[in-house]
Design a protein around this ligand. Structure first.
Ligand code: CA
Length: 512
């Protein structure tokens, strides 16, 4: 029987996290002298001191809640015993008061990528077929299946053919406030570096989101002189077969261009890495997220772009981030994004306990404050160099806040639109999540999950909790894995099995 184990995340904390696999029974005593007075599940909190009613519960050295009843030393501190603190007031935040000094640059780290005409670099070489409206989605999916079976095997340098389908494009208030978000998301998805600047657009003909609106003049030098747009309602199409033949012919022209591309050695500064978590547990903030944070620092030191997102999961830790903003303008941009989302949630009276999920709670995360403090560890320790709105294309290097909801596929889709070419995803409860457009490296917060799902989890950060590995060791492993996967030398498990979640748009505007 291994020594029973808990960890205190910060010296000020009055709760610890149970590390022992499967949890511990009442009466268990620890080397520190602490004795459990309740059974405490794995990853859940134990009171390290007696906590009186109304007194603060501290984790990460920060108040994550107030005791709803007296809590004995050694008791299980579960969600029902905690009252939720108010979110930080956006008018009283520290503005650029703790700007981190730049870390020493890291030279000579490279990967093998596909260089695009617009200067961006792909980690995959994919033919993307985009759609202006849901009406054409099944037709495009049918055509894509045939392109994959009949054409793709002849073009060995092309990795994949993907249909970018969605529920948008018609029956929507296309000029309403907020409609710019789904439209620019679709536009910027086509510009993702992994699509090689050779997309194909399929339109119905009568929809609200006309190709001209999706692809405005001048925004698409990469499309070249000939617009690769197929309109299904055009006179020339006399049958469904005719439509499919037309799509396949255009696809073949694009495949010929993509096939001529070869991987070349590029500096790590060409990477645009999106960070996300999903199915988090109480270990996420101690193991996987700090290790990803270490990797984020290595990437920033290499000159790369690193994006963190998920507004609802940083909202309660916003004061840490505004203090770290590289200048006051960036701090105010962060606050603007939080304020916009506060109003968006208030409009529909979303309650603050809607996040965390039941799974998060089972994994020991009592509330959104505890989740947020663990979540921001992914962003490492460098200054925040820029802020971008949902679906905007990120055009800066360094650590960037790319505003998105926390929903896994919506965040992933918006990060792809922001020009992400590599994705790192941390999970505690586990998810088989993946994306077709960019590789997704999955990092487990618990060794028990990595063991349970050896053919879905790419990196196990759980050993950090038991002392088997350090944050630095796992962080370096994540960085090296990013370079290997970006170069096509190593495949993620999600790509091995072809597990690709759909692109899901964020549409805060009305549906008509
Ligand atoms: Ca998420």
């Amino acid at each position: 029987m291994p020594q029973p184990l808990y960890i205190r995340t910060h010296p000020r904390d009055n709760v610890g996290i149970i590390v022992s696999e499967g949890g511990l029974s009442s009466g268990t005593s620890f080397a520190s002298g602490l004795v459990l007075v309740d059974a405490v599940p794995e990853a859940h909190k134990v009171a390290l001191t007696a906590i009186g009613r109304g007194e603060p519960i501290l984790r990460y050295g920060v108040v994550i809640g107030y005791a709803a009843a007296p809590i004995a030393r050694g008791a299980w501190v579960h969600a029902d015993l905690m009252r939720l603190p108010q979110p930080p007031n956006l008018d009283q935040l520290p503005i650029s008061t703790a700007i981190p000094e730049p870390l020493p640059p890291l030279e000579g780290r490279t990967f093998e990528g596909f260089v695009n005409e617009d200067g961006s670099v792909g980690t995959k070489n994919i033919l993307g077929i985009t759609t202006t409206v849901q009406c054409v989605a099944p037709t495009v999916e049918y055509a894509a299946k045939r392109i994959k079976a009949e054409l793709l095997p002849r073009y060995r340098n092309v990795d994949d053919v993907i249909a970018i389908t969605h529920a948008y494009g018609c029956g929507v208030a296309i000029e309403a406030s907020g409609a710019e978000i789904p439209i620019r998301t679709l536009r910027n998805l086509i510009l993702n570096p992994n699509l090689g600047g050779a997309p194909l657009v399929v339109s119905l003909g009568c929809e609200k989101l006309q190709p001209e609106k999706l692809l405005p003049d001048g925004a698409f030098p990469i499309l070249g002189a000939k617009p690769y747009v197929v309109r299904l309602q055009d006179e020339q199409h006399r049958s469904f077969e005719g439509m499919v033949t037309n799509i396949m012919q255009m696809a073949e022209e694009r495949l010929q261009i993509l096939d001529q591309r070869k991987r070349v050695t590029r500096p790590a500064s060409d990477l645009v890495v999106g960070l996300q978590c999903g199915g988090s547990d109480a270990f996420s903030g101690v193991t996987a997220n700090p290790a990803v944070g270490y990797a984020a620092d290595l990437l920033v030191r290499s000159g790369a772009t690193v994006m963190f997102s998920e507004i609802t999961e940083v909202r309660d830790a916003i004061g840490i981030l505004t203090a770290r903003a590289a200048n006051q303008e960036i701090a105010h941009e962060l606050i603007q994004q939080m304020a916009w989302y506060d109003r968006y949630l208030e409009r529909d009276a979303v309650d603050r306990s809607a996040n965390p999920t039941p799974g998060n709670k089972k994994g020991g995360l009592a509330n959104v404050v505890e989740k947020a403090l663990g979540s921001v560890a992914k962003a490492g320790t460098t200054a925040i160099a820029g802020v971008f709105g949902p679906g905007e294309r990120v055009t800066k290097n360094g650590l960037i806040f790319a505003a998105t909801p926390a929903s896994d596929f919506i965040c992933g889709t918006l990060q792809l639109a922001a020009s992400m070419n590599m994705h790192v995803f941390t999970t505690g409860r586990g998810t088989p999540y993946g994306l077709a457009m960019a590789p997704v490296i999955k990092v487990a917060s618990r060794t028990s999950l990595a063991r349970q799902w050896p053919d879905l989890i790419d990196i196990d950060a759980g050993s950090i909790a038991t002392g088997g590995a350090t944050v630095r060791e796992v962080g370096e492993q994540i960085f090296q894995t990013i370079l290997d996967v970006a170069s096509g030398r190593r495949k993620t498990w999600a790509d091995h099995w072809g597990l690709h979640n759909e692109c899901v748009l964020f549409n805060p505007a009305p549906i008509t």
